[in-house]
Design a protein around this ligand. Structure first.
Ligand code: TMP
Length: 206
């Protein structure tokens, strides 16, 4: 089963994943966590270019293509082989991030972005995608307060992130069977408990 977590800045995806992995392993599942952009040596090098604050002049099309290059590598090198071996792969972001950030955020042509994403992934779609949703300003404030990595993708105007969130919610409407929305503007433990429940249900129904 291929599970992806999505969400705007500060939504907490990254802090939840290690606990979900541990929980599923205790239940006897073989689980492999990944993140995007990154997860392979080549993809991590591309991540550094994408996130480097010195690259402020990067054009949205360059940005879109670099995300796809990083993705193609992790799909072929890590995700497909793990899924073929019967493992559960949980990814911190996947192609929906491109549609949300480069498509809706940068207002690039959505059909073109979708076809690039399909090329990069070879058509590999998640079985379950969880959107950790919260108000954009709350998320950005959380991110600043938590002193986590501050990168080039955090330096856009607030309107950019508002379009990203709107994009996510639109994608949920378009594919309601794949997506589940979790309100992440709650206590961390409550969100974690809901995530565990959702993933177990997903696994049982698979
Ligand atoms: P994160 O480590 O906070 O998830 O940072 C990843 C950043 O990269 C985040 O701002 C979202 C952005 N991103 C895209 O814009 N497009 C993509 O396809 C991916 C995977 C991430």
């Amino acid at each position: 089963m291929f599970i992806t977590l999505e969400g705007p800045e500060g939504s907490g995806k990254t802090s939840h994943i290690p606990y979900l992995v541990e929980y599923l392993r205790e239940k006897g599942y073989t689980v492999f966590p990944t993140r995007e952009p990154g997860g392979t040596s080549i993809s991590e090098q591309i991540r550094d270019i994408l996130h480097d604050l010195k690259n402020a002049e990067m054009h949205p099309r360059t940005e879109t293509l670099l995300y796809q290059a990083a993705r193609a590598q992790i799909v072929e090198q890590v995700i497909k082989p793990r899924l073929t071996a019967g493992e559960i792969v949980i990814s911190d972001r996947y192609y929906d991030s491109t549609i949300a950030y480069q498509g809706y955020g940068h207002q690039q042509d959505l059909e073109q972005v979708r076809s690039l994403v399909k090329y990069a992934t070879g058509g590999l779609t998640p079985d379950l995608t969880i959107l950790l949703d919260l108000d954009v300003e709350v998320g950005l404030k959380r991110k600043t307060q938590n002193e986590v990595e501050w990168n080039r993708m955090d330096a856009y105007a607030v309107e950019f992130y508002q379009r990203v969130r709107k994009g996510y919610l639109e994608m949920v409407r378009q594919e309601p069977l794949r997506w589940v929305v979790v309100n992440s503007d709650r206590k961390w433990d409550e969100v974690q408990a809901e995530l565990k429940k959702l993933i177990l249900t997903g696994l049982k129904n698979k």
